[in-house]
Design a protein around this ligand. Structure first.
Ligand code: GCW
Length: 610
C-alpha cells in the first residue's frame, strides 16, 4: 500500500509526476496542466527558447524558457499563482550556475548528521528507493532551481564503489530519475581508491593513478553523459589525501580535474583542512586559521574546472562565525561557499533555525560575484515530510531561493514558503514568518551568545556541554577562566584577524569596534568588561541565556495560535516541546557554568543554580 507522498511547499501539485515525463519540457507541461487544474486557472502557453538556458521570461500569458528554464518558469508561474501573486515579467536567471545539494548519505542507509530519517536512496549497501518519492524530491528541487545533487557522504565508505562498473547502471537509473527535473548527479570520491584496485599508490603524480582515475571518469560519463563531477574531502578528519605523498592540494585536485575535464565535469575540492589531533595545551595553533594557511598560498595553481568549496565560517557551521577569510584570499581560484541545511549545530531539525537571514548576511560581507557556485549539506531523509521538522523544509526551499538570488529578502522568502505550504489567515502567516525570522536570534542567545561557540555536547552536537570540547583534540576552545573568556585573535593576539582584507580587520580588531555577536570569537575579555550598552560581559551572558530561553517559550505559545494542518501541527508541537526543554537546559547549564567560574551574581536576581 502506498502512502500519499507529502508535498512540502507544493501542496497544490497534488498529482504525482508520471514516469513518461522524461524531459524538463514535458515535466513543465504536465505541471502546468495539473497545477492549473488544482488552482482553477487557464493553462499558460509554454515556449522553448534554448538560447535562454536556465533562464525564463513570463509575459503575455506565455512562459518562455531554455531547456530547464521552461521548467523553472513553469514552477515560478505556478507558485506565484498559488500564493496569489504575479510572477515577475522580466527575464529571470539564476545568480550562480551551480546550485548544489550535498547529501551525506552512506550506502548502509544511514546519513551522517541526518535528522530526517534514513537515506532516500541507499539501504543495505545498495541503491534502494521509492521512485515516486524521488520524483517528488526532483520536483521540489526544480521548483526552487537547484540543479546538482551529490548522492553520497564526503566521508566515503562502502559507496566508494559507486564508480565501479557493477554500480554504474544503478547510478545511471538514478540520474534518469532526476534528469527531467534539471538535476544532475555528482558523487563524493575516496582519494585513496586506486589502492583498493591494485594500483600500488594513490600519489596524484603517479601515471598509473592518473590513468586509473581517467578510466573511472570515462566509464562513469559513458553511463551518465551529463554527470556533474566529483566532490572530494581530502586530508581532513582522517580522510586520505595528497599529503600522504608529499603533494599539495592543487596537485591532488588537478589530477582528478584532468580526469573529468574531457567530459565537461567539475572537480569540487573541499577546503576543510585543519589539525583534528590538536593538543589543547597548544595555544599557538588556532583551527580557524587552518584553511587560509593551507589554501591561500595555492591561489592560481588550480585548474579551471576545479572548484574550491569553502565552509561559510572558518570553524565548522557554527551558529555565528565571521565569514571565512579564505573566501577573500583566492582571487584566481573558482570558489563555492558551503552552507549546511542539516542542522548539525543549529538545532538538529528539532529547534527552529531558519537560515536565510544568516545567509543574507554573507551576501553583505562577501560580494557574491566572488563565488562561482554555492553548495549546501542536505537536510533530507526518508521521513514522510522529507526534513523531520516540517518547518525545516523552509531551509531547503530557502536555499534554492538564495542560490537563485542571494540578494532576495529573507523575509519575502520565508513568507513565501509559509504561504505556499499552509495558506494561513494573514495574521497567522505573519506569526509564522516572524517565528522563522527570529528563530536564529533565539537559538543563538541560548547556545552561542557573543560568538562563544562549541559549548555543545561532543559527538551528538545537541544540547549544552560548556567544557565538552575544552580539553579535546578538535581545536575548539573557549578557554574560560575565573576572570575571562574567549580567544584573542587580534593582530596583537594570535593574528587570525590579519587573514582578512584590511577594511575588515578594522571591524574586528578592537573589542569596541567588534560587533557584540562576535566579541568572544575575536577577543578574550574579562567578565567585568563593560559593553557599549553599559552591561558587563557576564551580565550580558546571563541575560542572553534567560532571553533566549524565554524566546523559545514565546515561540511555543505562538505556535499554538497557528491552524496548521495535520500531521504538521503535531510534528511541530512535539518538536517545540523538545526545543523548550533544550533551551532551559542550555540556559541553566551555561549560566551555572559561568556563575561558578566568575562568582558574579545576576544583577536581576534570577535563578542561577549553584
Ligand atoms: O562538522 C563536521 C561534522 C562531520 C562532517 C565534517 C565535514 C562529513 O561533524 O560529521 O563529516 O564536518 O564537513 O566534513
Amino acid at each position: 500500500m502506498s502512502k500519499t507522498i507529502r508535498r512540502a511547499w507544493l501542496p497544490f501539485l497534488n498529482v504525482d509526476v508520471p514516469r513518461d515525463c522524461d524531459t524538463p519540457e514535458k515535466v513543465a507541461a504536465f505541471e502546468l496542466k495539473a497545477g492549473c487544474a488544482a488552482l482553477k486557472l487557464p493553462v499558460p502557453a509554454l515556449k522553448l527558447d534554448p538560447a535562454l538556458g536556465e533562464g525564463y521570461a513570463i509575459s503575455g500569458g506565455a512562459i518562455t524558457g531554455g531547456d530547464t528554464g521552461v521548467l523553472y518558469g513553469a514552477y515560478a508561474w505556478l507558485m506565484a499563482a498559488a500564493a496569489g501573486e504575479r510572477a515577475p515579467e522580466s527575464l529571470q536567471k539564476p545568480y550562480w550556475p551551480l546550485r548544489m545539494i550535498n547529501c551525506w548519505d552512506n550506502a548502509d542507509g544511514s546519513i551522517e548528521r541526518g535528522y530526517a530519517g534514513r537515506s532516500l536512496w541507499f539501504e543495505g549497501g545498495d541503491f534502494c528507493y521509492d521512485e515516486g518519492r524521488l520524483r517528488q524530491l526532483g520536483r521540489m528541487l526544480a521548483s526552487v532551481g537547484l540543479n546538482v545533487l551529490c548522492v553520497n557522504n564526503v566521508n566515503v565508505k562502502a559507496e566508494a564503489e559507486l564508480l565501479i562498473e557493477d554500480y554504474l547502471p544503478k547510478l545511471a537509473k538514478l540520474a534518469d530519475l532526476f534528469r527531467p527535473f534539471g538535476v544532475r548527479l555528482m558523487t563524493s570520491i575516496d582519494f585513496s581508491r586506486p589502492l583498493a584496485h591494485g594500483v600500488g599508490t594513490a600519489d596524484p603524480l603517479d601515471p598509473g593513478v592518473q590513468r586509473w582515475w581517467r578510466e573511472r571518469a570515462d566509464a562513469i560519463w559513458r553511463a551518465v553523459p551529463d554527470f556533474a563531477g566529483f566532490l572530494v574531502k581530502a586530508d581532513s578528519e582522517h580522510r586520505p589525501g595528497p599529503f600522504t605523498y608529499g603533494r599539495t592540494h592543487a596537485e591532488g585536485a588537478n589530477m582528478l580535474a584532468r580526469a573529468v575535464a574531457p567530459h565537461g565535469g567539475v572537480l569540487v575540492w573541499r577546503a576543510f583542512v585543519y589539525n583534528c589531533m590538536q593538543d589543547w595545551r597548544d595555544a599557538a595553533t588556532d583551527r580557524p586559521k587552518a584553511a587560509f594557511d593551507t589554501y591561500a598560498p595555492l591561489d592560481g595553481q588550480f585548474d579551471d574546472n576545479v572548484i574550491l568549496q569553502v565552509k561559510y565560517g572558518p570553524y565548522d557551521f557554527q551558529v555565528r562565525e565571521p565569514i571565512s577569510p579564505t573566501l577573500y584570499a583566492m582571487k584566481r581560484t573558482r570558489l563555492a561557499m558551503e552552507l549546511q541545511l542539516a542542522q548539525e549545530y543549529t538545532g538538529q531539525q528539532i529547534d527552529l533555525f531558519a537560515m536565510n537571514p544568516m545567509w543574507r548576511e554573507f551576501t553583505e560581507d562577501l560580494p557574491p560575484e566572488a563565488l562561482c557556485a554555492v553548495a549546501a549539506v542536505s537536510n533530507l531523509g526518508r521521513d514522510d515530510n522529507f526534513t523531520g521538522h516540517p518547518f525545516a523544509a523552509a531551509n531547503l526551499y530557502g536555499f534554492g531561493r538564495y542560490a537563485w538570488d542571494p540578494f532576495a529578502s529573507p523575509e519575502a522568502v520565508l513568507r513565501g514558503w509559509a504561504r505556499l505550504s499552509y495558506h494561513l489567515p494573514a495574521a497567522q502567516e505573519s506569526t509564522l514568518t516572524d517565528m522563522l525570522m527570529n528563530s536564529r536570534a533565539v537559538y543563538e542567545k541560548y547556545t552561542a551568545s557573543l560568538g562563544l561557540c562549541w559549548m555543545v555536547r561532543p559527538e551528538t552536537h545537541y544540547g549544552p556541554s560548556p567544557s565538552g570540547y575544552e580539553f579535546d583534540v578538535w581545536g575548539t576552545y573557549h578557554r574560560a577562566s575565573r576572570d575571562a573568556v574567549g580567544i584573542d585573535r587580534t593582530a596583537s593576539g594570535n593574528g587570525y584577524v590579519l587573514q582578512y582584507p584590511e577594511d575588515m580587520r578594522a571591524r574586528y580588531d578592537t573589542p569596541e569596534a567588534c560587533p557584540d555577536n562576535l566579541k568572544l570569537f575575536f577577543h578574550r575579555l574579562r567578565y567585568d568588561y563593560v559593553m557599549a550598552d553599559g552591561r558587563t560581559l557576564i551580565q550580558r551572558l546571563y541575560d542572553d541565556h534567560f532571553e533566549g530561553c524565554a524566546g523559545a517559550e514565546a515561540m511555543g505559545e505562538a505556535l499554538k495560535t497557528l491552524d496548521l494542518p495535520e500531521p504538521d501541527k503535531s510534528e511541530a508541537a512535539e518538536r517545540m516541546e523538545r526545543q523548550i526543554k533544550n533551551a532551559r537546559e542550555w540556559r541553566d547549564v551555561v549560566n551555572t557554568f559561568f556563575h561558578r567560574l566568575s562568582g558574579a551574581d545576576d544583577a536581576r536576581g534570577r535563578k542561577i543554580y549553584e
